[in-house]
Design a protein around this ligand. Structure first.
Ligand SMILES: [Zn+2]
Length: 88
C-alpha cells in the first residue's frame, strides 16, 4: 500500500505518495485558504501557481524555468519525508 504524504509550504499543500519500495510519486497541490486544487499557469504574461477555487496566485515567477526550479525544490523536500519514513 502506498503511503500518502503531504507538506505545507507558502500557503500550498503538496501531496504525494510513497510507494512501499521507497519510490516517490508527486501528487497534487492544494490551496490552504480554500482547499481547491492549485494549478500551474504557464502563459506569456502569467507564469504562476494559481488556485482553481479562490483564484489566489500563490506564487508568481518570472519565467517557466524559475517555476520548474521552484517546484522541483518543493517536491524534493516532500520526497525527503518519504525517505525519512522508510528508514524507521
Ligand atoms: Zn484557494
Amino acid at each position: 500500500m502506498a503511503r500518502q504524504i503531504s507538506r505545507e509550504s507558502g500557503g500550498i499543500k503538496y501531496a504525494g505518495s510513497c510507494e512501499p519500495n521507497g519510490f516517490f510519486m508527486p501528487g497534487m497541490m492544494f490551496c490552504l485558504s480554500c482547499g481547491s486544487q492549485v494549478n500551474l499557469h504557464v502563459m506569456e504574461n502569467d507564469v504562476s501557481l494559481t488556485c482553481g477555487g479562490c483564484g489566489k496566485r500563490h506564487r508568481v515567477f518570472k519565467d517557466e524555468e524559475e517555476q520548474q526550479q521552484f517546484l522541483s525544490r518543493e517536491w524534493t523536500l516532500l520526497q525527503k519525508v518519504c525517505e525519512g519514513g522508510a528508514r524507521r
